[in-house]
Design a protein. Structure first.
Length: 167
């Protein structure tokens, strides 16, 4: 298990996101609400409603349907991310690695595995783990040649952008 922890140590985390989630976690014990939390709120709402003016049952049903829909969308999104990450195994990718000064370094390598870490999908590239969101490209990004002049498009003979020549 020590090797897994070594892989996970290079995954960057945002300081502000971490601070916000820590505040939420301290207040609630976790950083997200799930169906169980919804049902607890729902039960509290039922217990504390005014009996002379009870809440409409259709409003209750709408709340349950909305929560169920949100849960389903979240599940579909998670499955899609897992499937996408799995489809990258064996492919070459370019990953952004943020340095201590905020400088981005491109890491090019082959995805060897995928997994979940702290609720986020990660990919393993050449023995190191990276967040799935840090992938910049599937394949290698082209080198930028700073000695070439950039074209303004005025005398550009490369095409009209539609895939067909305008001649």
């Amino acid at each position: 298990m020590a090797s897994v922890n070594n892989y996970m140590t290079n995954i960057p985390t945002g300081a502000t996101t971490k601070a916000n989630s820590e505040q939420t976690s301290k207040a609630t014990g976790k950083s997200t609400l799930d169906m169980e939390d919804f049902f607890k709120l729902f039960a509290a709402q039922l217990q504390n409603q005014d009996m002379t003016n009870p809440m409409d049952t259709s409003e209750f049903m709408n709340q349950m349907i909305m929560m169920s829909t949100i849960q389903s969308i979240t599940d579909i999104t998670n499955v899609s991310l897992i499937s996408y990450a799995a489809s990258l195994v064996g492919k070459d990718v370019t990953v952004a690695q943020v340095g201590s000064g905020g400088k981005i370094t491109e890491v090019y390598g082959t995805v060897t595995a995928t997994g979940m870490y702290s609720g986020e999908q990660v990919v393993f590239v050449d023995g190191k783990s990276y967040k799935l969101s840090s992938i910049m490209a599937v394949g290698k990004l082209p080198e930028i040649n700073s000695s070439e002049p950039t074209s303004s498009g005025a005398n550009d003979n490369t095409g009209n952008g539609t895939g067909a020549n305008s001649e």
